[in-house]
Design a protein. Structure first.
Length: 76
């Protein structure tokens, strides 16, 4: 459960709700952050791995060659 709390905190989830161990699905809308994902084939099945995550403010630090803007999201 601590990994979920860490993830939510880094993405800007309401700290008061997080302190109460509450998850409000409406409060999840608008969270921003950076995900590192990879794809692998395991026993012939394609799986998507979550390799890491960070707060949006760390975008340039973690990926200096990436665009300056996080204005949109990418859905694969």
């Amino acid at each position: 459960m601590w990994k979920l709390s860490w993830f939510l905190r880094d993405f800007g989830y309401d700290t008061e709700l997080l302190g109460k161990d509450e998850i409000d699905d409406k409060a999840l809308l608008g969270l921003k952050g950076v995900l590192k994902v990879s794809q692998a084939i395991v026993h012939g099945i394609s799986v998507l791995n979550l390799d890491g995550f960070a707060a949006a403010a760390r975008w340039q630090e973690l990926s200096p060659d990436a665009p300056d803007s996080l204005s949109g999201s990418e859905v694969a």
